[in-house]
Write a protein that binds this ligand. Sequence first.
Ligand SMILES: [Zn+2]
Length: 254
Amino acid sequence: MHVVPLPALADNYIWLLHDDSGHAVVVDPGDAFPVETALKARGLVLGAILLTHHHHDHIGGVDGLLSHHDVPVYAPRDERIGRATHRVDDGDIVTLDAPAARFEVIAVPGHTTSHIAYAGEGVLLCGDTLFSMGCGRLFEGTPAQMLSSLDRLAALPGNTLVCCAHEYTAANGRFAQTIEPSNRALATRQHEVSALRAHNRPTLPVSLATEQATNPFLRTDSEEVIAWSRRQGIDGDRVARFAALRANKDVFTG
Ligand SMILES: [Zn+2]
């Protein structure tokens, strides 16, 4: 399966997955135009749409795509998403014929209450839950929910390619380096990210193993994160450390 990030809107990626026979699936099409352009340029036939959550920058292109393509739309059970043919929830399996693909649905509440992720074919389609070196804002869920969601994603195989829905990597990395300044894997990754962004190239997908080594939100038990938390006056458990990380990132402007 080919895995292609399509830049869309301000800083979104719509993920396009396609096989060698020209069948494609798109994930979170916030805008139909870049999808139509990519399908035409690559000679692909759209086979399905997958949605992770209800935010407009993830679903805004669905109506436009459905006016030209009669395809199934998989989405979480949330009435804020109007157009869906298949409602899926935690533990469901999405099986597609063209492209031939199989994804497990993982409920990941936190950014929104009904957010889901799709894992399969060597990739993780995680919407706004896991970002490279960061995670989504807690608009509807609690820190405990989000940490539990991230724990489930972090338990996938390390060679899984993480397909995040925004290009937030460079800013996330700058924040991460304030938390774990001695993390060499993080410094290496941030160096690579700077070079990619200097050429306006995507920093994604990224392996889950790299995230486990560099993302402070997956590293609440690391010595540096624990030490940072103590300096913030937090001597609680990893949920408290996660909540402090998220609250500090919310106001980080570096
Ligand atoms: Zn969102």
